[in-house]
Design a protein around this ligand. Structure first.
Ligand code: HEC
Length: 326
């Protein structure tokens, strides 16, 4: 190799190495931001989430189907932590796990209700008290099926029902990002549940690849971000009323507004650009900043999306069938 060429090659190598280091640091920063605390709403919709009871046979049938279609262990899937940082933002983060004293998602927060006491676990990579010994596949199964490596079922307060829609690649990327969270030792006692959570089988197998653009992409993000947990009204049994999906619902002392383009809703006259701009900045069209529970969703989630993804959400919301608010 010519001396000049060799020098250039060396420079390129150095640049690539710095690129990798900077990439890893950016990924870590993205994850830590995504794990920033959210106001864990006591007695919120999240706490009253009920499992749509899936009969054991159905679980097995789906498990078999999934096994023949895409056996998780056999897919040579490797997560990309840098992309995973972005997927964290898409799922609006892991604030419930955030321990303010320890400054890390080291768990310890408590949810109490008729379901018993849930102690939110440590999800840092500490091998003793966190999930440091879990493989990426173990993490993916917890995220999408709510199953721990020992086969036990997690309570549906953990939004695996929403995350069951995550594509294989996105789930593995998220898992890879989670594995980069530095270990923080914090032993969290086991939860004490009134009854064991029902087994969960997703209605549809997750897509191998997430939709790339347009309203379909928006539907995907709204599903994995679980926007419906506040914006979809619930029936008497506490389960979301999917016939009125995203049609608005009371939330603590406020209202999560109707996100369908019904004439009674702001979505009927806001343009896609205006909705996207709100999701990216948290500022309404008239200049007022968002407050309350939506603020955390924007700060930890949608403000960190690309413009294209924010527009995809807006496009999807505007394409929904209009449903009147109750
Ligand atoms: C924790 C509950 C919660 C979640 C989750 C949530 N929102 Fe909201 N959202 C609210 C509340 C409450 C408001 C009203 C805020 C206000 O009064 O300023 C709101 C307002 C909005 C608005 C403004 C509507 C209007 O009438 O101008 C949009 C758009 C919106 N949310 C979209 C979303 C999307 C998209 C997601 C998922 C990425 C989402 N929200 C997730 C609670 C939530």
């Amino acid at each position: 190799m010519h001396l000049e060429e060799a020098k250039n090659a060396h420079r390129r190598n150095v640049l690539v190495q710095w690129g990798v280091v900077i990439g890893a640091l950016l990924a870590l920063a993205a994850i830590l931001v995504a794990c920033a605390p959210i106001e864990a709403p006591a007695g919120s919709a999240m706490a009253t989430e009920t499992a749509t009871a899936a009969p054991a046979e159905a679980t097995e049938a789906v498990a078999e189907e999934v096994a023949t279609e895409a056996p998780a262990e056999e897919v040579a899937m490797v997560g990309d932590p840098e992309r995973g940082g972005y997927i964290f933002a898409m799922t609006t983060g892991c604030g419930c796990h955030f321990n303010r004293d320890l400054g890390a998602p080291a768990g310890g927060n408590k949810f109490e209700g008729p379901f018993g006491v849930i102690n939110v676990p440590n999800i840092t990579s500490d091998p003793e008290t966190g999930i440091g010994t879990w493989s990426e596949t173990d993490i993916v199964n917890a995220l999408r099926l709510g199953v721990r490596p020992d086969g036990s079922q997690l309570h549906p307060i953990m939004p695996y029902m929403a995350w069951s829609a995550l594509s294989d690649q996105d789930a593995y990327d998220l898992a890879a990002a989670l594995k980069m969270v530095p270990p923080v030792a914090n032993a969290v006692p086991a939860s004490e549940l009134a009854s064991p959570p029902a087994a969960f089988a997703p209605a549809n197998p997750p897509p191998a690849i997430a939709p790339a653009e347009g309203a379909e992409r928006g539907a995907y993000i709204v599903a994995v971000a679980n926007c419906g947990r506040c914006h979809t009204p619930r029936g008497e049994n506490g389960a979301p009323d999917m016939s009125r999906m995203l049609a608005g619902a009371p939330l603590q002392d406020t209202i999560a507004p109707n996100l369908t383009p019904h004439e009674s809703s702001n979505l009927s006259f806001l343009t896609e650009e205006q909705v996207a701009s709100f999701l990216l900045t948290g500022i309404y069209d008239d200049g007022t900043p968002v407050e309350g529970p939506m603020k955390g969703i924007i700060d930890n989630g949608t403000s960190r999306l690309t413009e294209a993804d924010a527009l995809a959400i807006a496009q999807y919301l505007k394409s929904l069938p209009p449903v009147a608010s109750e």
